[in-house]
Write a protein that binds this ligand. Sequence first.
Ligand code: NAP
Length: 340
Amino acid sequence: MSGKLLNVAVAGATGAVGNEMIRGLESRNFPVKSLKLLASSRSVGRTLSFRGQDIAVEELTADSFTGVDIALFSAGGGPSLAFAPHAAAAGCVVVDNSSAWRMDPDVPLVVPEANPEAVAGYVGKGIIANPNCSTIQMLVALAPIHRTYGLKRIVVSTYQAVSGTGKKAIDELSVQTQAVLDRADPVCGVYPHRIAFNCLPHIDVFLENGYTKEEMKMVNETRKILGDATIGITATTVRVPVFYGHSEAVNVETRMPFDMKDVRNLLRAAPGVRVVDDPAGNVYPMAIDATGQDDTLVGRIRRDESMENAMNLWIVADNIRKGAATNTIQIAEILAEKYL
Ligand code: NAP
């Protein structure tokens, strides 16, 4: 870091991601001079702890950002669209977790392990977007493969934890699980169907092309981050009854031939990746092992024997940490180190 202390705000501080951002600022020793915690009017009166001090939660308004250097936003798309421009106008750089700004051509979309240089584009609108959680973990693993062999096509199926929907969904899985075990009728609130002991091939809304918005986020964000609109990508995103940790089955076709041993070595050396792959010992990435970690776990690494230049990977990460809070703070670290 440059050594300069910064005035930081977290918008959406009371949420699942916001809470992890506060913990991440602490654990990564981010150079915080002051910390402002913002949420909706519902949370005014609450306090949250940072480095042993209680900080009162304030209401997020257009005037919240005077004197703030960096604002980490995780308050949802509506508040981001409404308030990020006010923050930028006040001279604050916003790193936003919602999908509101991701495809804006003047807003960089950054996975630090894949395209850290894109952070420089923050000067456009004063906003940097954090990609979708499923996109982030996939690209931590695929960026080195793309750099070395060129990605031609990706086929991905996800197994996404309920924490990706926020704290209400975490409660819904708990309550429904208990209800099913008690032979009572589970109540559905967050999802259109029961999530306990079930899988829903439905994340975010359905679009006219038959895909969900989550699936198209994986397609469009991947192309933007890798700067290559020619990569073929198709996704099926599925919500599963897991609290934390998204898993992904990823089939990749490369432009250049590869040796499996070289791919393993490439992944072992890749920043942010931990290879967890010893099938003989029943060792492979699992959501329960990724939880509470910043690394993206990659295993079940094997050649796709059905076609040339293709392989399969199983990629797992903590969606609240690397999929959201950690990636946001890593972007803020690059800003602090190089640009502010
Ligand atoms: P969450 O647990 O439901 O928390 C939402 C947060 O936003 C709370 O702090 C809430 O404040 C605040 N908020 C809601 N409406 C607001 C408003 N009108 N004005 C000010 N604050 C408002 O949700 P989450 O999981 O943390 O997700 C937050 C954002 O991060 C979403 O955009 C989500 O898509 C994105 N994201 C989430 C994940 C994930 O894996 N969870 C991953 C990547 C990105 P109150 O407590 O006062 O209501």
